[in-house]
Design a binder for this molecule. Sequence first.
Ligand code: ATP
Length: 584
Amino acid sequence: MSEKTLPVADTTATFRHLRTMLRRRRSAVALVVALAVGVTIASAAVPLIVGAAVDLAVDGDGDRNGLAWLAGLLAIAAVVGALGTMTGRYQAAKLGESVLAELRSGVYDAVVALPASTVERVGTGELVARTTGDVEVLANATRSTVPMLFIGSILSVGLTIGLFVTDVRLAVAGIVAFGAVAWPGVRWYLRHAPPRYAHQRQVEGERSGAILEAYNGRHTLWSFGATGEAIRRIDRHGQTTVDAALATTAARNRLRPALRIGQGASLAAILAVGAWLLGDGRLTAGTLTAAAFFMLRLIDPISMLVEQLDTVQQAQAALARIIGVIEHTDAAPPSTGAPLATGSGAISIDGVGFGYRPDVPVLHDISLDIPAGSHVLLVGPSGAGKSTLARLLCAMDQPGTGSIRIGEHDLADVEPVDRPRLVALVAQETHVFARSIRENVALAHTDATTEEVRAALRTVGAADWADGLPAGIDTIVDADHPAITPARAQQLNLARILCLDPAVLILDEATADLDPITAATTERRVEVALRGRTVVTIAHRLDGAPDADLIVMIDEGRIVDVGTHRGLVATAGPYADLWASWSR
Ligand code: ATP
């Protein structure tokens, strides 16, 4: 896996995963196979019946009764074949859709469960490509190609058997001629096309990432006059995508002529050998007709299979990328039902080290005990590692070394579904979902009562404006709703936390979007509501420092001072210097 991409499953892992999914749908697979075999038998009967009719016409002096029987059999074979194909395609598509639905939700769950640092490293483009682009490619293949492929492969095997049963000599002649002419082209394609398709999918993901990045950073690009350079970067990605698409088209263009010439060669060989055997009286006209008919019919599913190979290659590349993410990530298991006993909110950090990249450590050997119910301020210069420590405290990332315990729980062992009740993070960026105010507030505690939701809204000072909306707390809002200012979005976020009521709360610049007066009021209200909870605040301002129970100062990823405000100011250490410069 490169720095910027998520893992891709190898062929063995891809097929193992697919096999497991199909094993769970045994009866659907059996039905599709049975239908395909039925279609094959009906299809294989046609050349045999036509061959028999020719022999009857030539040797049986036009036995009308016999010919009528054969015509009836032909009609039955045609009806069975048509009905079987129709039902088979439908059942195969149904099976494909159910596999697709499982993959789609699997990749979504896996992406949601990815560690935050991985999400940041690979970027939005790669995630969007995996969850939508790759799924789309697979969905198209599942709808159009997979049913054809399934029936086509069984049909080609059945017709080949039929050809050999009709006449081994003609079968060998036809297949050898087809193989000799078409195989070099097919082999070349099979060897060169898969990496080209995989590359195409990858560069398309990178191009999406570049476009998204330029869009998200458009104001910065404009301010720095760098819009032109960003467009040129996107153009370069666009050119790479075009080159990749041309490379796959070139591969297809080498395959198709090989197949067409192979078709012609196989028929010519059957007719040539057949004519020779016929002349010697070692073959009947009916057998030659049946064999030529088999070859003609066989060419259809074979060319369909090979013609679809490009879609299969694309689908296989997409499937490998989807399964790569699913197998790489341990998606959150469903809740076991019994809620986690959160216990005390005491935090014990023991020898914690961490780096976003293995070669660039950010935190070094951090050890700290925070008593339950205390209010701790993490302070330090910009880039010191405060937010990084906060991310580890709420299990957004895992420590590289050491461990973090909250109460009696080691954070590394807490199931993702249980984590929010133990520790929650209120960050600067908030999101208002397109749901009612009530549902937004009860996001992580869906069975909260109306009174609990109202109490949370009252505490953060949002009850008045929420009640003033057309449907009160049942009004559907979203981030673009005119009533939802950034300050109100943050209030809803804080109300969410109060409703969740976690044992430990991490506040990272949580009130920075509020104006100073609202920020101070909200902070006071939240503090009152959270009395008794352990609160770790990442402080960029030191206004609240004198009231905190514990100050922890971090610099260059190490704890350089710990104590009460009063105690630290009295001993002339790093915090005293920071406080002095802040006070000035
Ligand atoms: P600030 O007060 O400016 O937010 P901070 O003390 O919270 O700073 P961190 O944000 O934890 O510091 O950053 C610590 C170091 O880790 C910095 O060198 C920063 O560049 C780096 N860093 C932070 N977030 C990431 C990330 N997602 N990926 C890679 N490096 C990161």
